[in-house]
Design a protein around this ligand. Structure first.
Ligand code: FAD
Length: 382
């Protein structure tokens, strides 16, 4: 029997790759293996569930059985792979071995955990998949006060969503502005002002040192001495690409699993895409890049080696309190920033010395200009 193409992970990367592959090849056996329950869902929707009043079941788009049928594939759920043996083209699930024709790592990134003292670590919820979200929704039922750790894109989106869902939101992060790695300070100020307008209270600078149970609620002790009363905590302090199993198998890893433009790892017949992959030096934890990778890799797996190209990849951040679209300058390109506009309606542009647009952040009503500006942006990976 022909060994199957094996995809590890049924997130957007795994399922979209399988879908694209089936457009070119309807016969080769396809096996998807996932540590979670295998439901198909759109992860970006996790930070819109309270405003839309959707729980985890409401955000789920298809059960794994339906996906298996659609993809003419086998989908193994609640199955964690524990090792890879590239020399023999097989992987391990505990003691069980599975051989592959080609192996694709689409196993995502894991949440960063920060050490917090106190007696309530179980009240801290990372939310990086549908199962995390289900646990969080169950814990949040009947609660009203939430503390969010992290002022990145995901922390800000949850702050907006939970405010709209009726929660009193406080946010703590050890930085001077929101989304420090993504945004010019002016745009960050606009987003923060928009969220403050919803009632979000920011504590930028300190970290959470200790979380203590007090009666029915919690007391969060920050490093600057502030004490915040809350009912539960969302941890959105960052994501780290999963690389350990790849490194143990001798694959080249850096921030992510290192792959070339054809999504090939340092071993023949093993590929990677999505949050876990570092593609030609870029580890982008967004949907647009993984969709481009899925299309290119599907062709390669079907017999036509195809390199991926990234065009401009602006990110729409789901903070309706202050709409935001951002396209940071390509890595290593320096430019001069210029801020136009008033209040929370800002057009923040970055140009190189020749006047070419390198990147932008648009907030408030200025997001209307994104289509025109996108046409001027450089490709991230031509
Ligand atoms: C709240 C939130 C909002 C977001 N909003 C946006 C947005 O608006 N726009 C945007 O572009 N991006 C957004 N993102 C990022 C985007 O959702 C991710 O980049 C994308 O979903 C990653 O998909 P993935 O398939 O690579 O990883 P994942 O979805 O994490 O999938 C990983 C899969 O691998 C499986 N797995 C892991 N380890 C193993 C193992 N050892 N064995 C078997 N299976 C394993 C998991 O069970 C899972 O099925 C958001 C992310 C979050 C968390």
């Amino acid at each position: 029997m022909t060994a199957p193409v094996v995809i590890v992970g049924t997130g957007l990367a795994g399922y979209n790759l399988a879908r694209e592959f089936r457009k070119h090849d309807s016969e080769t056996p396809l096996l998807l293996i996932t540590a979670d329950d295998g439901r198909s869902y759109s992860k970006p929707m996790l930070s819109t569930g309270f405003a839309k009043n959707k729980d985890a079941d409401g955000l789920s788009m298809a059960e794994p059985g339906v996906m298996a049928e659609q993809l003419k594939a086998e989908v193994r759920t609640h199955t964690r792979i524990s090792g890879i043996d590239p020399g023999h083209k097989r992987l391990w699930i505990g003691e069980e071995q599975v051989t592959y024709r080609d192996l694709i790592l689409a196993w995502g990134a894991q949440t960063v955990q920060v050490p917090v003292a106190g007696d309530a670590p179980e009240a801290i919820f990372p939310i990086n998949d549908l199962e995390d979200y289900a646990r969080f929704r169950a814990a949040a039922a009947g609660k009203r006060r939430v503390l969010i750790l992290g002022a990145g894109l995901i922390g800000c989106e949850f702050a907006n969503d939970m405010s709209l869902g009726g929660f009193q939101v406080e946010l703590v992060a050890p930085c001077e502005q929101v989304m420090p790695t993504l945004l010019h300070p002016a745009a960050a100020g606009a987003v923060q002002a928009g969220l403050e307008g919803l009632g979000v209270r920011f504590h930028l600078g300190p970290v959470l040192n200790r979380l203590q149970r007090v009666g029915e609620g919690l007391e969060a002790h920050l490093s600057d001495g502030t004490v915040i009363a809350c009912d539960l905590v969302v941890s959105a302090v960052g994501l780290r690409p999963r690389i350990d199993l790849a490194a143990a198998a001798g694959l080249q890893v850096n921030r992510g699993v290192v792959v070339d433009r054809q999504l090939r790892t340092s071993h023949a017949n093993i590929y990677a895409l999505g949050d876990c992959a570092e593609v030609d030096g870029l580890n982008l934890l967004y949907v647009m890049p993984l969709m481009s990778c899925a299309r290119a890799l599907a062709q390669t797996l079907a017999g036509t080696p195809t390199a991926v190209a990234y065009g401009p990849m602006p990110v729409t951040v789901k903070t309706p309190a202050c709409p935001l679209v951002v396209s940071p300058p390509p890595h290593g390109r320096e430019g001069t920033w210029q801020v136009e506009g008033q209040g929370t309606d800002l057009k923040v542009l970055c140009h190189d010395a020749d006047g070419n647009l390198l990147g932008y952040a648009l907030t408030g009503s200025a997001v209307m200009e994104k289509l025109a500006l996108n046409r001027q942006l450089p490709a991230l990976m031509a």
